[in-house]
Ligand binder design. Structure first.
Ligand code: GLN
Length: 188
């Protein structure tokens, strides 16, 4: 669990409740010991700065290139995107997901909302999705595929091999199917 900033504590609780041996990752040596990484929601600009300051950005990019499973929620999705729109000057990210993501895509007045998403491959029951100053996935490149869309067609969850990204926050709901999917991908 990347634990530099954001709501990593909620994710740690969920992962442990699902039976995973989840640990906070704050330095490169800790990254060496994990089979997969969850990147929480929070603030991507801060997560970017801290990951570089802590010497984690390059090792994370390397692990992603080597095929480590990663699940990014919200700011974590932004960190995983190959291209970020409305980034601040100099903002960097890890990349890996062949998508274009726009930060704060739902504007200021309506920057937080909840909705139910139909995601057939996660089962018949809709996924309750909480969006908090959320990004949206504006383009899905050939290497990635959309997993979930809003009623207006905007993409809010994607998958590319062992990389998974959601614009919303399953860790604040009681629906952990995305965490299960991530844990399945590390073969826990
Ligand atoms: N707006 C935040 C960002 O740009 C993301 C918000 C969130 O993670 N809930 O990083």
């Amino acid at each position: 669990m990347l634990a530099l900033q954001g709501d990593f504590r909620e994710h740690l609780l969920v992962l442990r409740e699902r039976g995973a041996d989840a640990v906070p990752v704050r330095r490169a040596a800790e990254l060496d010991d994990v089979a997969g990484l969850v990147i929480p929601g929070g603030e991507s600009t801060v997560m970017d700065k801290l990951s570089r300051a802590f010497g984690l950005a390059e090792p994370i990019k390397q692990r992603i290139a080597d095929g480590m499973p990663v699940y990014g929620t919200c700011a974590g999705l932004i960190m995983l995107a190959d291209t970020v729109r409305d980034a601040i000057t100099g903002q960097q990210n890890f990349g890996g997901l062949d998508v274009v993501v726009r930060r704060n895509a739902f504007g200021n007045q309506n920057d937080s909302f909840e909705t139910d998403l139909d995601i057939p491959e996660l089962g018949e029951r809709p996924v309750h999705a909480v969006f908090i100053r959320a990004p949206v996935i504006e383009q899905v490149g050939p290497a990635a595929r959309s997993l979930a869309e809003l009623d207006d067609g905007r993409v809010v969850a994607v998958e590319q091999g062992v990389l998974l990204g959601t614009a919303f926050h399953p860790e604040v709901t009681a629906d952990y199917r995305f965490h299960e999917r991530f844990l399945d991908s590390i073969g826990r």
